[in-house]
Design a protein around this ligand. Structure first.
Ligand code: NDP
Length: 263
């Protein structure tokens, strides 16, 4: 299948590890030049150099906090300067939470709002003008199954991811006249280093069988009874970026091994 992605430029937030890194590799394998964004400069530069070298594409690592308005502004400026804009924007950076509504502070709510919602708003506003100039583009949001089916220990995560999914829907409506397709992907359980770290911590005092713990999580939540690999999610993103998904806009796709309990 020819995805017609060769020579395009994509910006991916949260691209230094986990799902974002797998999307970066998936797009690089199709000949896409990459802007990789995350906060930890050392890890980012290392991955940017490795991917550029292996896939023979151009990469640029930008170490910024995308929850900050001024950092997003600087990111847009740098990308304009180096690449003259982008064709694909992947809003992937995000993180889980753990709180009760009774106890979480306004500051915590605000932090997640900036990271999960405003970063996507500001990046879309910053990059849509150049996408229009280039004749179109693709914007994808990595929300979560929790945008529709909450996990009770993380209300702030559930609420802000639901807001991101609605933002994606309304942006799709505004952008389609400019040939910009906007969609959301909602993964279920994805085996990223963060899950392994948490499992190791939780099982430390009870014998350290972190794999059994993760198997239990998958057994409980996912009918497919296993976690996805980051690549299984990334492949779906790459397809949605491609010309083979040219009629897809304004949708939310669940890639969750059957975890969503409704139609
Ligand atoms: P990881 O924790 O493995 O990676 C997160 C990435 O985002 C890192 O590159 C991190 O780098 C970057 N990042 C985090 N905060 C910021 C910030 N403020 N500014 C810039 N970069 C930031 O996450 P996953 O790969 O597990 O998840 C990726 C996305 O997928 C998230 O939005 C998550 O909610 C969603 N998701 C994950 C699932 C899972 O099971 N793993 C399931 C469903 C959805 P650095 O720390 O250096 O900034």
């Amino acid at each position: 299948m020819n995805l017609e992605l060769d020579g395009k430029t994509a910006l991916i937030t949260g691209a230094s590890v986990g799902i974002g890194l797998a999307i970066a590799e998936g797009l690089a394998a199709e000949g896409v030049n990459l802007v990789l964004v995350a906060r930890n400069k050392e890890r980012l530069d290392q991955e940017a150099a490795r991917i550029a070298d292996y896939y023979k594409i151009k990469t640029l690592g930008i170490a910024v906090n995308i929850a900050s308005a001024s950092d997003v502004k600087e990111t847009v400026r740098l990308v304009e300067e180096r690449f003259g804009g982008i064709d694909i924007l992947i809003n992937n950076a995000g993180t889980g939470s753990n709180e009760t509504i009774a106890e979480a502070t306004d500051e915590k709510w605000q932090l997640y709002w900036e990271l999960h919602v405003m970063a996507a708003v500001r990046l879309a506003r910053g990059f849509m003008p150049t996408m229009k100039r280039r004749g179109g583009g693709v914007i994808l949001h990595n929300a979560s199954i929790c945008a529709a089916q909450p996990l009770w220990y993380e209300p702030i995560y559930n609420v802000t991811k639901a807001a991101l999914m609605m933002f994606s829907k309304v942006l799709a409506h505004e952008a389609i006249d400019h040939n910009i397709r906007v969609n959301t992907v909602n993964p279920g359980l994805v085996l990223t280093p963060d899950w392994i770290k948490t499992a190791k911590e939780l099982t430390e005092k009870s014998g350290g069988d972190w794999q059994a713990y993760l198997n239990g999580v998958a057994e409980e939540h996912a009918p497919i009874k296993r976690f996805a690999s980051p690549k299984e999610i990334a492949d779906f993103f790459v397809f949605l970026c491609s010309a083979r998904a040219s009629y897809s806009s304004g949708s939310a796709y669940y890639v969750d091994g059957g975890m969503l309990k409704t139609v």
